[in-house]
Design a protein around this ligand. Sequence first.
Ligand SMILES: [Fe+2]
Length: 402
Amino acid sequence: MVLGSIVFFIKLESIDELVTKLAERESRPLVEDKTQLEYLNCDRQECVQYLSQAMYKHIEMGHFIIVELYDRSKKKVVEVASPDANTVHSYEKLVVKEKRTHKFKDTVSYHRLYYSGTIFLQVFVPLKEAGGSIAGYFEGVYRVDESTMKGIVDLLIGSLLLVVISVFATTAIVYPIIIVMNKDLIKLSGDLSEANIGMLIALGSAIAKRDSDTNIHNYRVTIYAVKLGEIAGLSKEGLRSLIKGSFLHDIGKIAISDNILLKPGKLTDEEFEIMKTHVFHGDDIVGKYNWLKDSIDVVRYHHEKIDGSGYLTGLKGDGIPLNARIFAIADVFDALTSKRPYKEPFTYEQTISILEDGRHTHFDPILLDIFFRISKDIYDSFCKAEDTFLEHYLNGIIKRYF
Ligand SMILES: [Fe+2]
């Protein structure tokens, strides 16, 4: 369409030029006739008669439909119009009236009019004597004849057709190439995404294996956090960050020595201080990789508490990133409902009661209320589910969001 419009306007310019040349060629004998110039400024009746006849003859033989002659004092001497000029005369008069102020200039001027399918050209020529002084003015309306008009229309249609054919031909050649290239790009991008998710799972599993013999805790907390995130209205982007963060939340434990990480009994205060630094190490690990950077909200702040008593920074309330507040509920819910070497799983009711105790101290009360709407379903569907089911379910979530 853009190309078509450009060609159309270029062609209009050339049509203007063509019509102007035609009108100029036909008006030349009129404006160069010496006798007519002399008669123009003579007051005698026979002069006017001579000029009228000459103009009328010209109109009969040529394409001008209206011709007007003015003497040097800009007084109209002759006005001749062809009989069929009436159809356009009123319109032409209007335009001429509008242009009055531009009339009687010292230079030749043209004005193109398009009226009921025909091009008209209003021509204005100052008539000059041998010495260069103005002897009068010629004004005429030139009508482009039917065959020329047909030629112009054919030229326009031909040019536009050529543009359309060129564009379609180019598209036909380029389109298959783009499709093939795009296919490669989609495949590459899919491979890259798969590699990234693979790395995410490998990293998460690596630390889970060190901490315990199974990485199923990671699967469950990710499923719980996503369920809560979805119902809390997180965007797709937010949910992607939440999935990454949930999977990698304890990645920093890689930097904690075995005698603290795997200690069967209670940690001493000093050991606990070292244990706390896992959130800092986690930040250090994921923060360097662009694709994982958005998991920092969970990795760094998942041990913060709503009243500011958490670690490592002691943020409170809304100061704690939303994903970290969501994850904290999922993490504690899973810890309470799971079997650990030092405890049996709590019942659903005991779990809810403990979570409720943490309202206003550990957990965001609004998020906690949202979680309670789905917690029973989650407990029934996932808490005692087989590992393969959890793995399959999580794969579905990953497919949905990545
Ligand atoms: Fe942690």
